[in-house]
Design a protein around this ligand. Structure first.
Ligand code: FNR
Length: 387
């Protein structure tokens, strides 16, 4: 309502209202390095395009006689693994946000909180997790599992002490994918904007260094090399999840799962759920669109299966209808990525609030006009079946 009423007064919004519009504005306004880092995907970027296109293959069948047009008739809230969300949306973990805007991760966590949703905070954040936590309401911690397991354990325990509601282990990044846009600009985004802040502040990581990184260029260079040796862990396997569960009492999700057998393996090892994701097409170009992988994973481990695990989805969510489609195919909630990152680059915290509000308002109205009063009502019957 607020958005429409502002329009009635003749006010034009300062930022575009769609994900595509935000991307265009960001292309024009952000530095080439920042835009390339966010927009870039692996190789030909065809999986990134397929992620978005997959949503267009599904059609919602509106049921307008159900009386859901009044806002008071609807409740979009849901609870995922103990975290209450005003709508079935979280912000995806995005690293190195200092490259996009100096306000970075604390601005995102606080914007998500303002809208009643939760932020998933990356290990590769430009800001130490304790500082992000101070700005956040509900937040989850995303773990890139370092090769030094004591550092991994320290990260998880820091996150729990700082108040994270869940740990999301990203399984699809034993190293960075082939990302031509970053390569052409000749930069490693991680280093340019302190994507290693959580390492530099970690007591176990620091104990591995001969000298504290603050002690000059030489000490910092050693710290960076030590980090490089640790970052991609090629050996994380489903069985490691059982050990992770011993380190923490928080729920654990594994992000980057696309095959039903992998989903079964991580849940059988103790994970509470998975995020079906191909990292926005940034890792395996030619990989299956995340949405196309969703039904198989839901059938294997989802709420209604014998395993009863939580299934979330990201990669390609751009509008309210996309959220409805993902829920209809069995996701309990979605993680939203690039659209709010462009908002951050364009206008800091206010830009994140704007991008999130647009998507949530779009979702709310889509639900209203489709005759859907709650998240629980969104199932397969909402979609048309094409013969
Ligand atoms: C990511 N993603 C990501 N994932 C993760 O687990 N840890 C991270 O640090 C990052 N960093 C990151 C940076 C940037 C710039 C992007 C675009 C993505 C992946 C992210 O969590 C999510 O899976 C994708 O963003 C989903 O794709 P779309 O919907 O944003 O295209």
């Amino acid at each position: 309502n607020e958005i429409y009423l502002a329009g009635l007064g003749g006010a034009r919004p300062e930022l575009p209202m769609t994900a595509a519009g935000l991307e265009d504005a960001a292309r024009a306004q952000l530095s080439p390095e920042a835009f390339g880092y966010v927009a870039g995907s692996a190789s030909t970027e065809r999986t990134a395009r397929a992620n978005v296109a997959a949503f267009g293959e599904h059609r919602i069948v509106p049921r307008m006689w159900r009386g859901t047009a009044k806002a008071s008739a609807r409740d979009l809230s849901t609870t995922v693994l103990g975290t209450h969300l005003a709508a079935p949306v979280l912000t995806a973990p995005i690293g190195v946000l200092g490259l996009v805007h100096p306000d970075a991760e604390p601005a995102v966590a606080s914007a998500a909180t303002e809208l009643g949703i939760a932020a998933v905070v990356s290990t590769a954040a430009s800001t130490p997790m304790e500082e992000v936590a101070a700005a956040a309401g509900d937040w989850w911690y995303q773990l890139y599992w370092p090769a030094d397991e004591e550092v991994a354990r320290s990260f998880v325990q820091r996150a729990e002490v700082a108040g994270a509601g869940a740990v999301v282990v990203t399984a699809d990044t034993p190293g960075m994918g082939w990302r031509p846009r970053d390569l052409e600009l000749g930069h490693l985004p991680f280093l340019k904007a302190q994507g290693i802040a959580n390492y530099l502040t970690d007591p176990v990581f620091r104990s591995r260094l001969a000298a504290p990184p603050e002690e000059g260029d030489q000490a910092m260079q050693t710290a960076v090399l030590t980090w490089l040796g640790m970052f991609g862990n090629h050996t994380v396997r489903p069985a490691d999840i059982a050990r992770l569960k011993e380190w923490t009492s928080l729920p654990v999700l594994v992000k980057g799962v696309l095959h039903p057998d992998d989903a079964r393996a991580v849940v059988d090892a103790g994970a509470d759920g998975v995020v079906v994701s191909n990292h926005g097409g940034r890792q395996v170009d030619g990989a299956v669109a995340a949405l196309d992988a969703l039904p198989g994973v839901v059938a294997a481990i989802g709420r209604d299966s014998s395993r009863g695990a939580t299934v979330l989805l990201d990669s390609g969510v751009r509008c309210g209808a996309d959220v409805v489609v993902a829920l209809a195919l069995g996701a309990e909630a979605v993680l939203l990525g690039r659209p709010w990152v462009y908002g951050l680059g364009l206008a800091g915290r206010a830009g994140v609030v704007h991008a999130l509000r647009c998507l949530l308002a779009d979702l709310d109205l889509t639900m209203a006009m489709a005759g859907l009063a709650s998240v629980a009502e969104v199932d397969r019957s909402v979609l048309s079946v094409r013969g």
